[in-house]
Design a protein around this ligand. Structure first.
Ligand code: FO1
Length: 320
């Protein structure tokens, strides 16, 4: 098997990540810690094939963020992109509900070609990080097919159909991770978890971004066998999601959006949780669960705020 040196490099910080919040957090982390000493394990449950292109939104959001190319307001896709190709495809009857910019399509063309000629996702991702000058290691959770399926009162939908096409309006009854049971971790994933001094669970949707990673059995086991600290950053502020359905999913599937309910999602491995000042009335319940906690302003409104949140997460892990 072809494995790159980068995949074997030991990093002291390992992050579990998915979505825009995670990418913003990692952008803060690389400002306060050596980027080459960080490995990020990325959700692939949102991946899908669209207009025959292999799309990996969470990997791409991190690639664009760390490569300095991300669309600043959207948080996904590329800055200063155009939509000529998609408009032409739509004129010919192609689907237009998933916005693919011209520059973004450039990446998808290369990824799709490489995958079709036999490369695996982790190899393609490592190649892209090299091309973009990214020192942080970005590892897909698995090279195997793993798809998040959202079960709603209107039917079961793959992630992007639920999230983008139907605007995450359907009432969710459950989530399943198709293929996870049989999936193997991508090269480097297990050693990144085992060897990191600190594991961080990024401020990502627990059900839609973090759970698909943990649904890979060997990853679940490695995370639970760690002896070093694992710090989570809450995805909710004042019990509400900054964007997306995390608060609704927590209400429906976890019985609430309190800090204790978030810690419960990560029961068995979470040692610390950083929460927002607006949720500080939940600190005592966390301490009661044996989870060390601190509250600060965790809204990542700009680069400075991202740096603040990353620093606070590192300080929480080292303070006690
Ligand atoms: N999110 C949207 O809300 N609408 C879109 O049309 C859309 C297109 C898109 C294209 C490429 C890409 O990498 C991400 C894209 N996203 C879009 C974001 C994506 O659906 C979500 O950020 C993640 O899957 C959630 O983690």
């Amino acid at each position: 098997m072809l494995q790159t040196a980068q995949m074997h490099a030991t990093r002291s910080i390992c992050v579990l990540a998915g979505g825009v919040g995670a990418a913003r957090f990692v952008d803060g982390l690389v400002q306060v810690h050596d980027p080459s000493d960080i490995a990020v394990i990325v959700n692939v449950g949102d991946d899908f094939e669209h207009l025959s292109l292999a799309i990996s939104p969470d990997l791409d959001t991190l690639l664009y963020m760390l490569g300095g190319l991300v669309h600043p307001e959207q948080g996904w896709g590329r800055a200063e992109d155009s939509t000529t190709a998609l408009q032409a495809a739509t004129q010919l009857g192609g689907e237009d509900w998933f916005l693919l910019g011209d520059k973004d399509i450039g990446l998808h063309l290369v990824r799709t070609a490489k995958l079709r000629s036999g490369a695996v996702l982790s190899q393609v991702t490592a190649e892209f990080t090299r091309q973009l000058g990214i020192e942080t290691s970005l590892l897909p959770a698995t090279d195997d097919q793993l798809r998040t399926i959202v079960e709603t009162t209107a039917g079961d939908f793959d992630f992007q159909t639920y999230f983008v096409r139907r605007g995450h309006r359907d009432e969710v009854q459950g989530v399943r991770y198709e293929g996870a049971e049989a999936a193997a971790p991508a090269p480097g994933v297990i050693s990144a978890i085992e060897e990191a001094e600190l594991l961080i669970v990024a401020p990502s949707n627990p059900f839609l971004s973090i759970a698909p990673i943990l649904a890979v059995p060997e990853i679940h086991q490695a995370v639970h066998e760690r002896r070093n600290p694992t710090v989570g950053v809450s995805p909710l502020i004042g019990g509400k999601a900054v964007k997306g359905p995390a608060d609704r999913l927590m209400q429906k599937l976890a019985g609430g959006g309190t800090p204790a309910a978030i810690a419960e999602r990560y029961e068995g491995f979470l040692t610390h949780l950083l929460i927002d000042d607006l949720d500080s009335d939940g600190l005592a319940a966390l301490e009661q669960r044996g989870v060390k906690a601190a509250a600060t302003d965790i809204l990542m409104r700009d680069r400075e705020a991202r740096e603040h949140v990353a620093r606070a997460a590192l300080e929480l892990a080292t303070a006690h």
